[in-house]
Design a protein around this ligand. Structure first.
Ligand SMILES: Cc1cc2nc3c(=O)[nH]c(=O)nc-3n(C[C@H](O)[C@H](O)[C@H](O)COP(=O)(O)OP(=O)(O)OC[C@H]3O[C@@H](n4cnc5c(N)ncnc54)[C@H](O)[C@@H]3O)c2cc1C
Length: 482
């Protein structure tokens, strides 16, 4: 638990001078309770972007007695999507909400009755079956339709009264002591606060406006076809589709081949199907959530990689307008996530845009969001201190996982997978979800490290951000991927 420093200590004086004039100190006892009535003004947290990062930050700030204002360009909860997997490093944050009810809803909506994740090569040879989920029990593991899960989290934000401003595209970030916040497109309205959390995704405007960074987009050279649809009785007449689905069990399958890998999931008593297929981006498509894909293009890549007939059948049954082609863009790691004032931060994909092969980009975004709320609460109004500690808690861990998304993709795509090879190297073909990633409790780590890191910041401890940040929590050596 955070100790309030005796007022005669220099660190305590420093904290006091940094308090915003209008801000009344939050009690460290206020966690998960509403602000006490005698508190005159809550810390105003302007959060841009209602993806999983922004929504989680808003919920956690609200639960910790702050006043978050969530600003989102889209008109409502996102229905985008196909597959998204949350594993316990993020799932335990969702599980902590509403006495576990949010977690129950996420579980009910998703893939919760699969027994194995089956790996195949391009010849449809079953290479291995891992237990599903990667852990033993389902606690904190939520997989399924991205849009459905997003709506559940959005509904909880609404339920606890988070102020949300949809259809509000931010065109300018403000970061001066007179005005800190954002300007909305069209109306020119300013939404101001004590701190700005820019969770504005891979194409972040905040990165250039707040951090002064040029666009650092690097085409990964790959894109991903994505589809979700409901399986009809008619579709089940197809023997391939029938084989893929079970009434009493969800199925999760993964195919890997040269320059291509893909998943097909079926769930909801065999009524929901989603598939994603990572392929070479020869056409250099646009970076967009909704760039439509043509079946003939998907077929081209399936044939090129020699993927098995089941893929062609599933493609044929997928509704014509139900496939998008999503460009996979890589952005180099940032050297800092904070604006010069240290009162604005970029987070989630805006700070570290993972390729899907890390299988943990959204989870890392949730870790960022849960951590920043704890730091803001503990800093008692000193937002510059809060954000510097936040960055030091998160930097190394997110960096290591971010980088791994490239190496994992290369391992999938550059090997010639055969049964013999996988038997000889059983750890060579796995999801990069190791224990040190999934068992990580970001909230506990933030709680435990806040005081020490705050002292480092206040005393001006010298060093690079890598040296000043806590270790990543693990590495990928045990994947034995070479
Ligand atoms: C195909 C694919 C599969 C993936 N699978 C997984 C997985 O299984 N597990 C996992 O953990 N991760 C996965 N990821 C990664 C994951 O999707 C992202 O890391 C995560 O969604 C990032 O969340 P975010 O909130 O930071 O950003 P986003 O979800 O991009 O949200 C940003 C939000 O900001 C809004 N916004 C942007 N600019 C403005 C503006 N100027 N004004 C107002 N609003 C704005 C956007 O409209 C958007 O709603 C996958 C990614 C892809 C592409």
């Amino acid at each position: 638990m955070y100790q309030i420093l005796p007022l005669d200590q220099p660190e305590a004086k420093l904290i006091q001078t940094c308090l915003p004039a209008t801000y009344t100190k939050l009690s460290s006892q206020s966690s998960f309770t509403a602000m006490s009535p005698n508190v005159q003004e809550k810390l105003k947290v302007v959060i841009v972007g209602a993806g999983f990062c922004g929504l989680t930050a808003a919920i956690e700030c609200q639960l910790r007695g702050m006043h978050p204002i969530l600003v989102e360009a889209y008109p409502g909860a996102s229905s985008h999507g196909d597959l998204l997997d949350f594993v316990p490093n993020a799932g335990r944050v969702f599980d902590s909400w509403d006495d576990g009810k949010v977690g129950e809803k996420l579980l009910a909506a998703g893939v919760n009755r699969a027994k194995t994740l089956d790996f195949y090569n391009q010849d449809n040879v079953l290479l291995k079956s891992d237990p599903w989920p990667q852990g033993i029990d389902l606690k904190g593991t939520f997989a399924g339709h991205r849009g459905a899960m997003h709506e559940i989290v959005y509904n909880y934000a609404k339920q606890i009264g988070v102020e949300m401003r949809f259809k509000s595209k931010v065109v300018e970030y403000l970061d001066s002591d007179d005005e800190r916040g954002v300007v909305i497109s069209g109306t020119g309205e300013k939404i101001l606060g004590d701190v700005v959390l820019a969770c504005d995704g891979p194409k972040s405007l905040a990165r250039s406006q707040l951090l002064g960074l040029p666009e650092s987009r690097v085409n990964s050279g790959y894109a991903i076809f994505r589809a979700f649809f409901q399986i009809t009785d008619e579709m089940l007449k197809d023997p391939f589709m029938a084989e893929l689905t079970r009434k009493d069990q969800d199925t999760t399958r993964f195919w890997v081949g040269k320059d291509m890998h893909g998943f097909i999931y079926t769930w909801n008593e065999g009524r929901d199907c989603a598939w994603v297929l990572t392929h070479l981006d020869d056409a250099d498509i646009q970076e967009s959530w909704s760039f439509p894909a043509r079946k003939q293009d998907v077929l081209f890549y399936l044939n090129q990689a020699g993927f098995p007939e089941v893929w062609r059948r599933v493609l044929a049954l997928t509704p014509e307008d139900g496939i998008v082609d999503y460009k996979l863009v890589w952005r180099d790691p940032l050297t800092t996530w904070l604006s010069p004032s240290k009162k604005c931060a970029v987070m989630g994909d805006a700070a570290h845009c993972h390729l899907p092969t890390s299988a943990n980009g959204a989870c890392q975004a949730v870790e960022d969001a849960a951590t920043v709320a704890i730091c803001l609460e503990k800093s008692q109004g000193d937002v510059a201190l809060a954000l510097q500690v936040f960055e030091r808690v998160r930097f190394n861990r997110s960096h290591v996982i971010h980088q791994a998304s490239i190496s994992t993709r290369n391992i999938y795509h550059k090997n010639d997978w055969s049964l013999e090879m996988v038997k000889k190297n059983p750890d060579s073909l796995i999801m990069p979800l190791l224990d040190w990633i999934m068992d990580f409790d970001c909230q506990k780590v933030a709680e435990e490290n806040y005081d020490r890191l705050a002292q480092d910041v206040l005393l001006g401890k010298p060093g690079t951000i890598e040296e000043l940040s806590i270790p990543a929590g693990g590495n990928y050596d045990s994947m034995n991927l070479t």
